[in-house]
Structure formats: C-alpha cells, structure tokens
Write a protein that binds this ligand. Structure first.
Ligand code: ZN
Ligand code: ZN
Length: 107
C-alpha cells in the first residue's frame, strides 16, 4: 500500500495510476503503463481523425456533386450535338446552325 506522490491518496498495490488525480504511480512507471496524458493525446488524435474524416467526406461529396453537374452538362452538350431538325426531322445534325436538308434555323 502506497500513497500518491502528488495528492497523497492511498493507492492499491496494483494501481498504476492514482484514482483521484491520475498521476502515474511508481508501480505504473515500473510496469511501463501508458501515462494518462498519452491516452488524452490518443483520444484527441482520434477526435481529430474523425474531424478530418468528416472534412474528407464532405469534400468527396462536393466532388461528387461537381462531377454529377459536369456529367449533366456533358449530357446537355451531347443532346445539342445530336440535335434533330424540328421541321424535316433530319437527325444527327451536330452543332449545325441550319438544317442541311431544309435550311431551317436550328436553336
Ligand atoms: Zn493522486
Ligand atoms: Zn430540316
């Protein structure tokens, strides 16, 4: 039975850390137990990791949105490239301004 070197609390023989103030006991030092500050740092890192993960997920989602919009634009462009004459029905007119079959002005 020992006492905490910091706060004086009675310590169990097998205690590696003071149950009151968390300071590492002589037994804890001997056993090489992880100091509480390391635990806190690990928790902080884990939390930071979660934040980074969230940020990455958010960025990925924004990238997805951008890609979806880009794809929509490509579809729109393709639709224009494959325009059909509204007058004579000639198809695959590309980006022609006028129908090569009937001369109708294409939008
Ligand atoms: Zn203590
Ligand atoms: Zn036409």
């Amino acid at each position: 039975m020992g006492f905490c070197s910091k706060c004086g609390k009675e310590l169990a023989d097998d205690a590696f850390f003071c149950p009151r103030c968390g300071v590492r006991t002589a037994a804890g030092v001997t056993a090489g137990a992880t100091p509480p500050v390391m635990e806190e740092m690990r928790d902080a890192l884990l939390r930071a990791g979660k934040e980074i993960e969230k940020a990455v997920n958010k960025a990925a989602k924004e990238m997805d949105d951008t890609l979806t919009k880009a794809k929509e634009n490509v579809h729109a462009t393709k639709a224009k490239m494959n325009q059909t004459c509204p007058n004579c029905g000639a198809a695959n007119l590309g980006n022609a301004a006028y129908c090569p079959k009937c001369g109708t002005k294409l939008s």
